[in-house]
Ligand binder design. Structure first.
Ligand SMILES: NC(=O)c1ccc[n+]([C@@H]2O[C@H](COP(=O)([O-])OP(=O)(O)OC[C@H]3O[C@@H](n4cnc5c(N)ncnc54)[C@H](OP(=O)(O)O)[C@@H]3O)[C@@H](O)[C@H]2O)c1
Length: 248
């Protein structure tokens, strides 16, 4: 089935900040996978998603799959907007991505430090490749219409264990460093995230990892018929792909 990527830098331009791009991006689609940026937890995100759903339905795009987050009120509000709409919906509610360590914030890790705005908590970290597999499966099979899936990884790891696992994969020690939310926001602002976004990200991470999302589900296996990917496999693959290589 042909697919089109739609973001600010793709051939089909789509910008959450520019509603005039929404209808043209939907022009040749009959289904859409909706991922809000930067996060459904930020104020106004559910209203934007609600307006997007209206534009999609007005353009005869009824099949909508929403990427959502666990344990966030804003994400829940966005889910409800979709569930109460006339769309043929599926909600894919996700735990904390393993790729946050390798793709979103790889820089300090490459230098041997894993900073987080919280203490040494545990989480069932979720491989984003499992999200992609679940979303594709849902889009291709109408039996997933009207379903809410809650995806997690297959086991709990503490942040110290995450750091050790990455260290094992790259052959250099990595140390988990707990920080205050303000310290963490300042550290990611240095990596290029604008101040206000950096504070939101620190808040969202601290909230997502405060223990509310510690429970594991078997929804990845229920949808795909195979277990969720393990964090150690992600760390090995990301290391092989050079995610934590030091700059030459
Ligand atoms: N990270 C997690 O652990 C986690 C967990 C649960 C749910 N979520 C949800 O996942 C979603 C994305 O999070 P992420 O962590 O995967 O982010 P991310 O990887 O940093 O997303 C970046 C993507 O967003 C696009 N983008 C950025 N600004 C955009 C804009 N104004 N309009 C359209 N596209 C834009 C970028 O493409 P361009 O630069 O080409 O625009 C890029 O493809 C959020 O809705 C969040 O609530 C995340």
């Amino acid at each position: 089935m042909p697919t089109l990527a739609a973001s600010r830098s793709s051939a089909v331009r789509f910008d959450w900040e520019d509603e005039s791009t929404w209808a043209p991006a939907l022009a040749h689609a009959d289904a859409a996978y909706v991922t809000y940026f930067p996060d459904l937890a930020i104020p106004g995100a559910d209203e934007a998603v609600g307006r997007f759903i209206e534009v999609a339905l007005a353009n005869d795009v009824r099949r909508l799959v929403l990427l959502s987050g666990r344990g966030e009120e804003g994400a829940r509000r966005a889910e409800v907007r979709l569930q109460e709409s006339d769309a043929d919906w599926t909600v894919v509610r996700c735990g904390f991505f393993s790729q946050n360590f390798s793709e979103t914030f790889p820089e300090p890790v490459a230098h041997g430090v894993l900073p987080m705005p919280i203490g040494d908590v545990a989480d069932p970290f979720l491989d984003a490749d499992d999200i992609a597999d679940v979303v594709v499966t849902a889009l291709l099979d109408d039996r997933h219409i009207g379903q809410l899936y809650e995806l997690t990884g297959p086991r709990l790891l503490t942040l110290t264990e995450v750091a050790q696992t990455i260290g094992d994969a790259i052959g250099r020690p990595v140390t988990f460093v707990p920080m205050s939310k303000d310290e963490y926001a300042a550290s990611i602002a240095d990596q290029g995230f604008p101040g206000e976004v950096a504070h939101h990200i620190a808040d969202v991470i601290a909230l997502a990892l405060d223990g509310r999302n510690i429970e594991m589900t078997d929804d990845v296996e229920r949808v795909l018929g195979r277990p969720a990917r393990d964090f150690a496999d992600h760390a090995r693959n990301a290391a092989t792909d050079g995610a934590w290589n030091l700059p030459a």
